[in-house]
Design a protein around this ligand. Structure first.
Ligand SMILES: [Zn+2]
Length: 283
């Protein structure tokens, strides 16, 4: 076991931590991390562009109509399963994720806060009604027969986009109840995470004995603030991420490795400790 992983296990043993995850934990499920060390720069669409520009919105929905299916078909990887195992062992009080892919839920984690929303839900910006992405897919299919089937080689993106050239004739669906603009229930750039959700996440962290960050470079404040809070309240911080992060200076242990092998090793080691005869954790 690499020394840093060993130190992390020492630190986590006997503690109940909150896990904060980012795109890096889902790359092994086939969802690329656009902020990863090997990724090209990318300019995501902002909330203002989505709401203010019907052409961009149509283009977005056309791409999303194809791309979301790929996210729908992805499966949890050993990293998600290791987090769930640590939760089963009593070592994790919950997961705060910056991902919208819902793979922690699919892996069986019970207490997940989807900080940036979920790809599988859609909200009306006028009346606030929520519908499932499945339901919207049926409506978009009816409005655009065959559209999703005609697109080969769609590229998967974290926000369920896929690359398509011709979207000019795509027909967008509006809210069935009020005609308002429908938007994926995902926090866009230029938009804030709902306050109640942030408070809930802080409460989760305050109820834990430490913070384990997995697969996030902590580029945006929405994630970094939890590392700052943990540091400020003297909770140990373990960061598992390939490449440097904005929280490295505050980390008790930093592990510069991929999430799947590292978390699997850590969960295995923690499980061994918990089941060892005579161990205080089993008493
Ligand atoms: Zn509405």
């Amino acid at each position: 076991m690499p020394p840093a992983v060993s130190r992390a296990v020492e630190l986590l043993a006997g503690r109940r931590v909150t896990v904060l995850t980012g795109a890096g934990i889902s790359t092994d499920s086939g969802i690329p991390d656009y902020r990863g060390p090997d990724s090209p720069p990318r300019a995501p669409m902002t909330y203002q562009q989505f709401v203010g520009d019907p052409d961009r919105r149509r283009h977005y929905w056309a791409r999303n109509h194809v791309g979301w299916r790929h996210v729908h078909e992805t499966r949890p990887n050993p990293g998600h399963l290791a987090v769930r195992r640590m939760e089963d062992l009593g070592g994790v009080n919950g997961v705060i994720t910056q991902n919208v892919d819902t793979l922690h839920e699919v892996a069986g984690s019970r207490n997940v806060i989807d900080l940036h929303g979920r790809y599988d839900r859609v909200i009306c910006l006028t009346c606030g009604r929520r519908i499932s992405r499945d339901h919207l897919a049926e409506r978009l299919d009816a409005l655009n027969p065959g559209f999703a089937d005609d697109v080969p080689d769609a590229e998967i993106a974290p926000d369920a986009d896929a690359v398509i050239e011709a979207t000019a004739h795509f027909r967008v669906a509006d809210c069935e109840h009020c005609g308002g603009i429908l938007k994926p229930e995902i926090v866009y750039f230029g938009e804030n995470v709902p306050k109640a959700r942030v408070e809930k996440a802080f409460a989760m962290l305050d109820d834990a004995d430490g913070l384990l960050v997995a697969g996030s470079s902590l580029t945006v404040m929405s994630g970094l603030r939890f590392v700052r809070r943990a540091h400020k309240t003297d909770r140990p911080i373990v960061i598992v991420n390939r490449g440097s992060t904005r929280g490295d200076d505050l980390a008790t242990v930093k592990i510069d490795r991929g999430c799947s092998p590292t978390l699997t090793t850590m969960a295995e080691a923690l499980a061994t400790r918990r089941t060892r005869p005579g161990s205080p954790a089993t008493g």
